[in-house]
Design a protein around this ligand. Structure first.
Ligand SMILES: CC(C)(COP(=O)(O)OP(=O)(O)OC[C@H]1O[C@@H](n2cnc3c(N)ncnc32)[C@H](O)[C@@H]1OP(=O)(O)O)[C@@H](O)C(=O)NCCC(=O)NCCS
Length: 364
């Protein structure tokens, strides 16, 4: 293999896109966008540099770093690859997330390996010992029947071969599904069935943007539970720490990224407690595309069709609030049968898989 000589340097997030040095940030943002376009075959995941400005900044709960590989050893060479490093700051202090992207013209010349080595060094300097990475794989031809066996769903393509070659182990497989929103009538029929099944014991609360003050503590508890209750396979992850400040931080980040976040939560009428929630996210720059984020029903409230009720109700509301929305993407652990079954009933179809990989550094 020919090795491309590169120099690797950190890229700072500038204050604005006009600030000195912002060209490097924009080059990285566009390299990431080009890879998303190459992978998805469309611009559904395009992140305008302005939105990436907010999304790539460190916060109280996450340290975010970018390392760029420049062609050649002279200063100012073209940026041909990037490693994004994400370090949790309030929990899971042993972990770090790494994402390496190399421009197509520079691939297979050792650039990815050099970027990964620099990312690992950075993570070690922050005392991390467990690195995690995600790979994504689209199914040819769109929707298919899920196969059996987890490993078989992740093909040995460039991303998987790269991760495995670096010593990462596949720990969890998520199904990537998409819902074409189609007619509102279909959504309302599903919602009515779920309402009838859930009965009168629960009331739905909706908000967009900021969680109402009187619910925020309960909502933080739900967000925290989400970090332990969704299947995690062999990933070495501990419970996240959520409080009101973290909820407000996440809301502020969404605002800065020009995203609308629609939350629906179920209140148990007899006790007043929040029993579950679900979250949809839409970026204003591309309202055709929606992300289905968290969905959780607390253990004592499961089996009452609340998962379906929450999701169906939030989708009906989405159609009203964002009529331009056309499709919804979601990621669910392949072993999460209950969630997958709800999604299938709502009309989601599998379009691919993502692999969650982990590497323990001390194990070499
Ligand atoms: C995955 C990716 C980062 C690899 O970058 P790269 O600079 O080409 O990687 P390297 O040249 O350092 O390759 C290292 C090893 O990975 C494996 N690999 C990389 N690309 C491969 C391919 N197309 N097919 C099979 N193995 C491949 C090989 O084992 C390779 O070693 P070798 O060339 O000596 O056989 C690049 O293909 C890319 O940007 N893909 C899109 C984004 C992505 O999937 N990122 C991975 C997130 S973990």
């Amino acid at each position: 293999m020919t090795q491309m000589p590169v120099s690797i340097e950190p890229i700072a997030v500038p204050d604005s896109l006009d600030a000195p040095g912002a060209e490097d940030f924009v080059a990285v943002a566009e390299l990431l966008n080009a890879q998303l376009r190459e992978f998805w075959g469309n611009d559904d995941f395009y992140g305008p540099p302005q939105a990436q400005l907010a999304g790539r900044r460190s916060t109280e709960t996450r340290r975010r770093e970018m390392l760029a590989a420049r062609a050649g050893t002279e200063p100012g060479g073209t940026i041909v690859g990037v490693a994004l490093v994400n370090l949790p700051l309030t929990d899971n202090l042993h972990t770090g997330y790494v994402n390496v992207v190399v421009a197509p013209s520079a691939r297979r010349q050792g650039v990815g390996t050099q970027l990964y080595a620099a990312a690992e060094e950075l993570a070690v300097s922050h005392n991390r010992r467990m690195l995690m990475a995600e790979t994504e794989h689209l199914l040819p031809g769109g929707s298919v029947q899920p196969e059996s066996g987890t490993e078989s769903r992740i093909p040995q393509d460039a991303a998987a071969a790269f991760a495995a070659g670096l010593g990462f182990r596949l720990e969890l497989v998520d199904r990537i599904s998409r819902l074409e929103l189609g007619s509102a009538a279909a959504g309302i029929a599903v919602l009515q069935q779920a309402e009838a099944a859930a009965g009168a014991g629960y009331e739905l609360e909706f908000w967009s943007g900021a969680c109402p003050e009187d619910l925020v503590e309960a909502y933080a508890q739900l967000r925290q539970k989400m970090s332990t209750d969704a299947p995690m396979g062999g990933l070495d992850l501990a419970e996240e720490a959520w409080d009101e400040a973290r909820v407000r931080e996440a809301e502020g980040l969404a605002r800065d990224m020009d995203a609308e976040v629609l939350v629906s939560a179920a209140r148990h009428v007899a006790t007043g407690e929040l029993a579950g929630h679900t979250v949809l996210e839409v970026f204003r720059n591309n309202p055709a595309v929606v992300y289905q984020d968290d969905t959780l029903v607390l253990e004592g409230h499961r089996g009452n069709r609340l998962g379906m009720l929450l999701k169906a109700a939030n989708l009906v509301r989405l159609r009203e609030v964002v009529p331009e929305a056309l499709r919804v993407y979601t990621w669910n652990a392949e072993e999460n049968r209950y969630m997958l079954s709800i999604n299938e009933q709502l009309g989601f179809r599998a379009i691919g898989y993502s692999g969650e990989w982990q590497r323990e550094l001390s194990a070499g």
